[in-house]
Design a protein around this ligand. Structure first.
Ligand code: FE2
Length: 496
């Protein structure tokens, strides 16, 4: 499908084709991050984490719309431009040169997953590396940042999926940190006969294997980031997102495992080291924000990429997420490996209620196939009624393509409102409240729609409570944008 073709360059323009009527009160900037190109020279890049990040920005100033897009100047992007080919190791690909060229080499940071907006800066975030900092107006890349020295660990990772705490104005996040535990060789040699020393050696070697922990961070309203704590993981679990309640940082360890040995020795690309252990339990990790011990609550196996939101409900913790049942683990894995060809219709919106006793109750919110969920961010860590997501509600499955629209879900009644057409592919819907005191759901949904017949994309504005009525305004670009992943809106109008 032509949607996956590379964006035709870096542009700055005033959008002169606007259909419908832009709401007067809708001013600010929508930033989107995603893969600007899927081919580099002769190489087709299949794994979504390996494609070059590109920021697309739409500024609405009350009179019209301006657009600007720039690739993030990552090391992979600038080097491949110079050489005309990829020279980096990715999550799904090896570098040329065999094992020696890949050994102990982390995957290239493509900065392609999401954005964190801070005044005049945009942070382009990616799973397993430092943020790249861009100017919010020019979209010029300033370089990577360790957030004032706060980021820790081998990778300095700062996840693509941070969470807002509207009560304090803080941003809470985490990063992967693979590590080797310290081994005390003196203990192996200390005392006893040969048999005892051999036994201690065996025990020590069993301990001395690569492990994974999460590093947790909080950035205050003024922008200062501090390191909170480390959380060791029970296994080498993949963790793409976190949720936040007033009391907890919430993680879910799923039975997707990866074997660190071929990754570290350079024997195989990281995707090949991933596998599901479908008979193993999943576990919620509830990390108290006041520093207490981590609660580990086991439940039936599931997989997920994204939480919607979470909140404390008396002694219970309620967690909404897009759940992949064990029978769809294969589809989820294929989506990782090749998002352009895999079946994209496997996740369902699911509510978990974690009781104080450790019992976990599960309830399906909607049977629609969804991904990239969003909600009114003013209700982050509090009870929400509505969520919005990229969705396919017609029961059909297949690769991401025309027919994928957006939907609104009422978590109280189960009602689903959707907008989709056989000609369009929409992306993650972002909710913008009509004003500071507006009720939940009283506002607009912003998304970007790819129109297959004309091979063009446009910013689309919907009334959030009336998605099936279709867009109230569309700002058409004279070209297309490839499918992108996550975005955010700020009331600041960028000088694009
Ligand atoms: Fe994501």
């Amino acid at each position: 499908m032509r949607m996956w073709e590379a964006v035709p360059g870096e542009r700055d323009l005033a959008v002169d084709e606007i259909t419908g009527r832009l709401p007067e009160g809708l001013t600010g900037t929508l930033y989107r991050n995603g893969s600007g190109r899927w081919d580099v020279g002769p190489t087709a890049v299949d794994c979504l984490f390996d494609t070059d990040g590109m920021i697309g920005a739409f500024a609405l100033d009350g009179r019209g719309v301006r657009f600007r897009n720039r690739f993030v100047r990552t090391r992979q992007y600038t080097t491949s431009l110079r050489k005309g080919r990829l020279t980096t190791r990715g999550l799904g690909r090896q570098r040329r040169g065999g094992v020696a060229a890949n050994m102990l080499r982390p995957p290239a940071n493509t900065a392609n997953t999401s954005v964190l907006l801070r005044d005049d800066r945009v942070l382009a975030l990616w799973e397993a590396g430092r943020p790249h900092e861009l100017d919010a107006d020019t979209l010029e890349t300033r370089g990577t940042t360790d957030l004032g020295g706060a980021l820790k660990g081998l990778l300095g990772a700062y996840s693509a999926h941070f969470r807002h705490d509207p009560e304090t104005g803080a941003v809470v996040n985490f990063g992967f940190d693979p590590y080797m535990p310290r081994v005390d060789a003196r203990w192996v040699r200390a005392g006893g006969d040969a048999k005892e020393r051999r036994s201690r050696l065996r025990e020590t070697l069993a301990e001395a294997r690569p492990r994974m922990r999460l590093r947790l961070y909080e950035t205050d309203r003024a922008g200062a980031t501090r390191y909170l704590r480390a959380v060791p993981l029970p296994g080498f679990s993949f963790m793409h997102d976190m949720a936040l309640t007033r009391g907890y940082q919430v993680f879910a360890a799923t039975p997707l495992r990866f074997d660190p040995v071929p990754i570290m020795t350079g024997a195989a690309p990281m995707m090949d080291a991933l596998h599901f252990a479908p008979d193993e339990a999943a576990a919620f990790l509830l990390v108290p924000r006041d520093g207490g011990p981590v609660r580990v609550v086991e439940t039936d196996p599931f997989f997920f990429f994204h939480f919607v939101n979470a909140y404390d409900d008396g002694p219970d913790v309620v967690v909404d997420l897009v759940r992949y049942a064990p029978e769809t683990f294969g589809a989820a894995m294929a989506f990782f490996a090749d998002v352009r060809r895999a079946d994209a219709a496997a996740g369902t919106l699911t509510r978990y209620r974690i009781r104080a006793s450790g019992a976990v109750e599960t309830e399906t919110v909607s049977g629609a196939a969804v991904e990239a969920p969003q909600f009114d961010l003013r209700l982050s860590a509090a009870e929400h009624r509505y969520s919005y997501a990229l969705a396919r509600t017609d029961g059909l499955t297949g690769p991401l393509g025309p027919g994928f629209g957006i939907a609104r879900f009422d978590h109280r009644t189960g009602a689903t409102d959707a907008y989709a057409t056989p000609e369009d592919v929409l992306v993650e819907p972002v909710f913008v409240p009509r004003g500071p005191g507006a009720a939940e759901d009283d506002g607009w949904i912003l998304t970007v729609g790819y129109h297959a017949p004309s091979h063009r994309s446009r910013l689309m504005v919907f009334e959030a409570a009336h998605l099936p009525d279709g867009p109230i305004a569309e700002a058409w670009l004279p070209f297309h944008l490839p499918f992108n992943f996550h975005g955010a809106f700020t009331p600041r109008v960028a000088a694009l």
